[in-house]
Design a protein around this ligand. Structure first.
Ligand SMILES: Cc1cc2nc3c(=O)[nH]c(=O)nc-3n(C[C@H](O)[C@H](O)[C@H](O)COP(=O)(O)OP(=O)(O)OC[C@H]3O[C@@H](n4cnc5c(N)ncnc54)[C@H](O)[C@@H]3O)c2cc1C
Length: 377
C-alpha cells in the first residue's frame, strides 16, 4: 500500500494551494458579503486547467485522475467554499453527465467549452417537491414534431444562471414510468431562470430556481438512452459525493488552520490559549479526524480511478466528512470565542458554509440509507 501522492498530484496540490492562498483568500470575505459570483476567479481557474480536471485532454480537460480532482476541491474549500462548489458542481454535476452519457456529437458540441472553463454547466435534479426522493420528479418532457416540450421546475440548481452558463442537464419524465436526461441550453425560449437565491452559506456561488414552460429543445438533446435517466443520475451522484466529501475535508482543514493559528495568538490568563489542555485536545481531535476523513476520500477516489465499485466508499466518505466538518467548524469557532462570531474572522464564514455539506448531494440521512442498502440491509 502506498499512501504517497504522485508527483503530478503533489504539483497540482501545490498549484491549487498557492492559487487559493494568493488569489482567493484576499477576496473571499468580500465576495461572501456581497454575494457576488467570482467571475474573475473562475477565469483564472480555467487558465490553470482546473475547470475540467477529470475530463480527458481530447475534450479540453486536464485528463487527470479522481484523486487529483479531490485534492484540488479540498484545497479550494480550505480557503473558500463558494469558489470550490462553483468548480466542483461544474465538473461533477454539469460536465460529467455529458461526458459519461453523451453521444460523440454531444461531447464535441459541449465538452471543449465546458472542460476548458470557458463556459459553465449545471445539473437540475432537485425539484420543489422532489428532493431526497429525487425519483419523484414531476418535470415532464413530451416528444412533439422532433422536439422535447419541457414543462416543470427545478430547485436550488448550482451554476444555472451565471453570465457564462451554457446549459443545464435536467431529469424529466418522458413517460409516466420513465425518466430521461435532457440538455437544455441557456437562452432557450420557455426556460426561465429566477434571481439568485439568498443563502446562509456558499453566498458567492450561483443557486437558482428554474422554470420550464413549453420549453422546446431538439430531440437530439436527450442524453444517452431514453428511460435511463434514473440510473444515470444515481451514477452522477455517486461521483459527485466524492467531491462534496473532499469539500468536507477541506472545510475541516481550513477551520483547523484558523483555530491553530488563533490559539497561539490569543492570550488569556497570562499565556496563549493553545497552552490549555482543553484547547489542545480539541485541535488534536480535529487533526486526527481530518486524517481519517482524507483517507476515506482518497480511497473512494482511488477505487473510482481503478474502475472498482466505489459507491459505498463515496457515501461513507460523504457522511463522515459532513459530520467531521460540522464538529471541526464548531470547535474551531469555539476556540475563537466571541471574535469567531464576528464577520471579520474567516471562521464565521466557514461555520456558515459548513451546514450544506450535510445536505447537498444527499443528506446525512440519505447517505445512511445508501450505505445500509449497499451493506445488504
Ligand atoms: C446551496 C444548494 C445547492 C444545491 N445544488 C443543487 C444542484 O446543483 N442540483 C440539484 O439537483 N440539487 C441541488 N441542491 C439540492 C440538494 O441536493 C437537496 O437540497 C437535497 O438533496 C435535499 O433535498 P431537500 O432539500 O428537498 O430536502 P428533503 O428531501 O425534503 O429532506 C428534508 C429532511 O427530511 C429527511 N428525509 C427525507 N427523506 C427521508 C427518509 N426516507 N428517511 C429519513 N430522513 C429523510 C432529510 O434527510 C432532511 O433532513 C442544492 C441545494 C442547496 C441548498
Amino acid at each position: 500500500m502506498n499512501f504517497e501522492l504522485s508527483e503530478e498530484q503533489q504539483l497540482l496540490r501545490d498549484t491549487v494551494r498557492d492559487f487559493a492562498l494568493t488569489r482567493v483568500a484576499p477576496v473571499a470575505a468580500e465576495l461572501d458579503r456581497e454575494a457576488r459570483f467570482p467571475y474573475d476567479l473562475v477565469a483564472e481557474m480555467a487558465g490553470l486547467g482546473l475547470m475540467g480536471i477529470p475530463i480527458p485532454e481530447e475534450y479540453g480537460g486536464a485528463g487527470a485522475d479522481t484523486v487529483s480532482y479531490a485534492i484540488a476541491v479540498e484545497e479550494l474549500t480550505r480557503i473558500d467554499s463558494s469558489v470550490a462548489i462553483t468548480m466542483a458542481a461544474h465538473t461533477s454535476l454539469g460536465t460529467m453527465p455529458i461526458y459519461l452519457f453523451g453521444s460523440e456529437a454531444q461531447k464535441q458540441e459541449w465538452l471543449p467549452r465546458l472542460a476548458s472553463g470557458e463556459a459553465l454547466a449545471a445539473f437540475g435534479l432537485t425539484e420543489p417537491d422532489a428532493g431526497s426522493d429525487a425519483g419523484a420528479t414531476r418535470t415532464r418532457a413530451e416528444l412533439r414534431d422532433g422536439q422535447w416540450i419541457v414543462n416543470g421546475s427545478k430547485m436550488f440548481i448550482t451554476n444555472a444562471g451565471t453570465d457564462i452558463t451554457a446549459c443545464v442537464t435536467i431529469t424529466a419524465r418522458t413517460a409516466d414510468d420513465e425518466i430521461s436526461n435532457i440538455v437544455v441550453p441557456n437562452g432557450t425560449s420557455g426556460y426561465e431562470i429566477a434571481a439568485p437565491m439568498h443563502k446562509l452559506g456558499w453566498r458567492a456561488s450561483d443557486t437558482r430556481e428554474l422554470a420550464f414552460r413549453d420549453c422546446a429543445v431538439p430531440e437530439g438533446n436527450l442524453l444517452g438512452e431514453r428511460g435511463r435517466g434514473y440510473h444515470q443520475f444515481l451514477e452522477i451522484l455517486d461521483g459527485g459525493r466524492i467531491s462534496v466529501a473532499a469539500m468536507g475535508v477541506g472545510l475541516a482543514q481550513g477551520a483547523y488552520d484558523l483555530a491553530f493559528a488563533y490559539a497561539q495568538e490569543r492570550q488569556q490568563f497570562g499565556k496563549p490559549i493553545s497552552k490549555f489542555q482543553a484547547v489542545q485536545f480539541q485541535l488534536a481531535d480535529m487533526a486526527t479526524e481530518i486524517e481519517a476523513g482524507r483517507a476515506l476520500v482518497h480511497r473512494a477516489a482511488w477505487l473510482k480511478d481503478e474502475g472498482k465499485p466505489f459507491a459505498l466508499a463515496a457515501a461513507q466518505a460523504k457522511l463522515y466528512t459532513g459530520l467531521l466538518s460540522n464538529r471541526a467548524a464548531n470547535a474551531a469557532l469555539q476556540i475563537h470565542g466571541g471574535y469567531g462570531f464576528m464577520d471579520e474572522f474567516a471562521i464565521s464564514r466557514l461555520y456558515r458554509d459548513q451546514k450544506i455539506l450535510e445536505i447537498g448531494e444527499g443528506t446525512n440521512e440519505v447517505q445512511r440509507m445508501v450505505i445500509a442498502k449497499l451493506l445488504g440491509l
